[in-house]
Design a protein around this ligand. Structure first.
Ligand SMILES: Cc1cc2nc3c(=O)[nH]c(=O)nc-3n(C[C@H](O)[C@H](O)[C@H](O)COP(=O)(O)O)c2cc1C
Length: 147
């Protein structure tokens, strides 16, 4: 799978008590245009996994090429992922990170079993795009587009 290049996202949501949660993910795709649907895949052993069972919303943040540290942070268990950098709450209550290339705010439409992951389908309720230099993940390393 490492030989398939992808972008990098941070998927944000909230836990049962309203605390912000999130994880780095590259299992993301545009599923349908009408209705507008996206698909993510969340590891059942992730600490934030329970959020996707109780929350009804998530946001997919598309990371820019300068956000490798953000990617590493959201892929690290047991730390305060939201301390020390800029973000805001979106319309669906999940975090939108400053400096991202774009984001899609979703409500959870369906969940399907996917082995040790759960496939979560989100209906897009709001979206935005701005920058133009993506962070890329390929062969287990962070990469950038050639100039
Ligand atoms: C580039 C990259 C892509 C990842 N993609 C996914 C993914 O699509 N789904 C997933 O569940 N975990 C993925 N992970 C792993 C999670 O980010 C990591 O295990 C995270 O700590 C899980 O959240 P937790 O801290 O709440 O347990 C990815 C990690 C990296 C570095």
């Amino acid at each position: 799978m490492g030989h398939f290049p992808t972008g990098v996202t941070v998927i944000t949501t909230r836990d049962r008590d309203g605390n912000h949660a999130g994880l780095t993910a590259n299992a993301f795709l545009s599923l349908s245009l009408n209705p507008p649907l996206v698909l993510i895949s969340v590891d059942k052993s992730a600490q934030c996994y329970a959020c996707f069972e109780c929350a009804n919303a998530f946001t997919v943040n598309f990371l820019s090429e300068g956000q490798e540290e953000i990617s590493r942070r959201f892929a690290t268990k047991g730390i305060d992922k939201f301390a020390g950098f800029a973000w805001r709450e979106g319309n669906n209550g999940a975090a939108i990170l400053d400096g991202v290339l774009g984001y899609v705010e979703c409500r959870i439409a369906q969940c399907y079993d996917g082995g040790d992951h759960t496939i979560v389908v989100g209906e897009i309720i709001n979206a935005s795009a701005s920058g133009d230099r993506p962070l890329i993940f390929f062969k287990g390393k962070y990469q950038r587009l050639a100039e």
